[in-house]
Write a protein that binds this ligand. Structure first.
Ligand code: ADP
Ligand code: ADP
Length: 223
């Protein structure tokens, strides 16, 4: 069963004087329970593709079926709901909210889904302890290390039990020890919880953690 099927996706950015084609006809299919790496040089379109796969953006043309929904047919409200219920997103620079504690950051997806604070904060604590950052729950993002921040971002991305975890250069701002830990966590989320993972990286070593690797160049899949 496919969790994501993309067919001939096109996406360009309009700058003042020019149109920058970022995706020039991308097709791919991800099975449920898969762990896929997208590799390619900077500027080849990885982030643009992940934003589409994460329902954060719509293609100019082409089809993208995500967990049973054709995203180009969804309204903005429906896209937001899809993002909040089925997708987890991890960014290279974590994107933790600086004015919230780590516990509040991790709990945010459940709070947005109108879960009670008790349930959201208990679940955040449980995940934080599994990830070894329970002692950081009361701290703010600028008080913790990069590796801890990435684990907090990961906890936030999975607290609502998404079916698809999308990660854009998830180890790009970490040292190799912490990067390795994040990849081990991805492998256990994939194997033990069955979460499908789609990860962009320009690092072949990082891509080895995945089961399948897709190569991109100039807005196209080349391998
Ligand atoms: P990658 O993630 O592989 O580095 P991106 O998807 O970020 O690639 O970029 C693909 C192309 O689209 C590049 O030429 C990039 O400069 C351009 N691009 C990406 N985002 C924007 C944007 N918001 N506005 C204009 N051009 C963009
Ligand atoms: P990465 O290298 O992690 O793929 P980038 O540094 O290329 O990401 O892009 C970071 C952010 O800036 C992204 O949100 C991307 O959409 C945006 N971006 C990338 N290229 C451009 C561009 N040429 N003009 C405007 N925004 C861009």
């Amino acid at each position: 069963e496919s969790i994501l099927t993309a067919t001939d996706l096109q996406r360009s950015y309009i700058l003042s004087e020019a149109t920058v084609p970022a995706l020039r006809g991308v097709s791919l299919s991800l099975d449920e329970g898969s762990f896929t790496a997208i590799m390619g040089p900077s500027g080849c379109g990885k982030s643009t593709l992940l934003q589409l796969c994460g329902a954060m953006d719509k293609p100019d043309s082409g089809s993208l079926r995500l967990a049973g929904d054709e995203i180009s047919k969804l309204t903005d409200e429906e896209l937001t709901l899809l993002r909040r219920t089925k997708i987890g997103f991890v960014f290279q620079f974590f994107n933790l909210l600086p004015t919230l504690t780590i516990q509040e950051n991790i709990a945010m997806p459940l709070l947005l889904a109108r879960q009670s604070e008790k349930i959201a904060f208990d679940r955040a604590r449980h995940l934080a302890s599994q990830l070894g950052i329970e002692h950081r729950l009361g701290h703010y993002p600028n008080q913790i290390s990069g590796g801890e921040a990435q684990r907090a971002a990961l906890a936030r991305a999975i607290i609502h039990e998404p079916v698809l975890l999308i990660a854009d250069e998830p180890t790009g701002s970490l040292d190799s020890v912490n990067g390795g830990k994040v990849l081990e966590l991805f492998q256990s989320l994939n194997q033990d919880l069955g979460i499908s993972i789609l990860m962009a990286t320009h690092d072949a070593h990082v891509a080895q953690a995945a089961k399948v690797t897709i190569h991109m160049k100039d807005g196209k899949v080349v391998l």
